[in-house]
Write a protein that binds this ligand. Structure first.
Ligand code: URA
Length: 255
């Protein structure tokens, strides 16, 4: 875990940028060097043939060497890496909006250091008053997998209600509820009572204000909503509201 807010931002950037997609390697050395060092293939080949490039485990690397995952590469003695995507989890506080730009309210990006913000977007949204787990990434394919109706993964919410939640309410939430103005009931969900007024609700879809509308359909009102988990990724309990950290490789590949 990275105690993100405490880290010097340059160090933080280097930690967060080390994540590159697993699908990239094996890759030819000249291609890798061109992409990671901003060179043309010709320039990369010249540097390799002049011996300016060192590759872990290779005495005299050639331009057509197929790099394996995790194999270190150095140019003039400096490590080089492909620019990787960024994947973060954020503990969203209330009052912050899940968008990249808003004329009125603070956005989730405003909670991050400036140098991390470029090309970053939230993968899925929470309402302004909802707290908890928000995932942010520069990887559009990854966030599409997370949010597209065909791939949607489970999202677990801690729901606090104005009125007690009955057994019949729990059963109805699990079976599926017809929301106001919609034709099809919600998909089967999981609901577990925490106490008289609080439940854990796991849903598979992401309809507009879905949890609040599900409770409203039972004549109840959500007074606090907190997202605890998306798929296998749980909100890190060490993160205070407003704090963030990089996702681990395992978390990134769990979705
Ligand atoms: N359902 C809601 O009603 N609001 C959220 O923010 C998330 C799910």
């Amino acid at each position: 875990m990275i105690p993100a807010m405490a880290l010097h931002s340059r160090h933080l950037m280097s930690v967060i940028m080390t994540v590159s997609p697993v699908t990239v390697l094996p890759m030819r050395l000249d291609y890798f060097l061109a992409h990671s060092a901003g060179l043309t293939r010709k320039e990369a080949k010249q540097l390799i043939s002049r011996g300016a490039v060192t590759v872990e485990g290779e005495a005299r690397p050639k331009a057509n060497l197929q790099l394996r995952d995790g194999q270190g590469v150095w140019l003039h003695g400096e490590p080089v890496q492909l620019p990787g995507h960024r994947y973060l989890m954020l503990h969203k506080p209330a009052g912050v909006v899940c968008s990249t730009d808003d004329p009125e309210h603070r956005t989730v990006l405003d909670l991050l250091p400036v140098e991390l913000r470029q090309d970053l977007h939230p993968a899925g949204r929470l309402d302004r008053d909802t707290t908890g787990l928000v995932l942010l990434t520069t990887d559009g394919q990854w966030s599409h997998r997370l949010t597209s109706p065909n791939h949607q993964c489970d999202k677990r919410y801690r729901v606090s209600c104005a009125d007690p939640v009955s057994d019949a309410d729990l059963q109805a939430l699990c079976d599926g509820i017809l929301l106001r103005g919609e034709d099809a009931p919600t998909l089967p969900a999981r609901a577990e009572r925490v106490d008289t007024h609080q439940l854990l609700l796991t849903i598979h879809e992401g309809r507009y204000h879905q949890v609040k509308r599900m409770l409203a359909a039972r004549g109840n009102k959500v007074v606090a909503l907190h997202r605890e988990q998306i798929g296998e990724i749980a909100l890190d309990v060490a993160l205070a509201p407003g704090e963030f950290r990089a996702l681990s490789e395992e978390e990134i590949h769990s979705l």
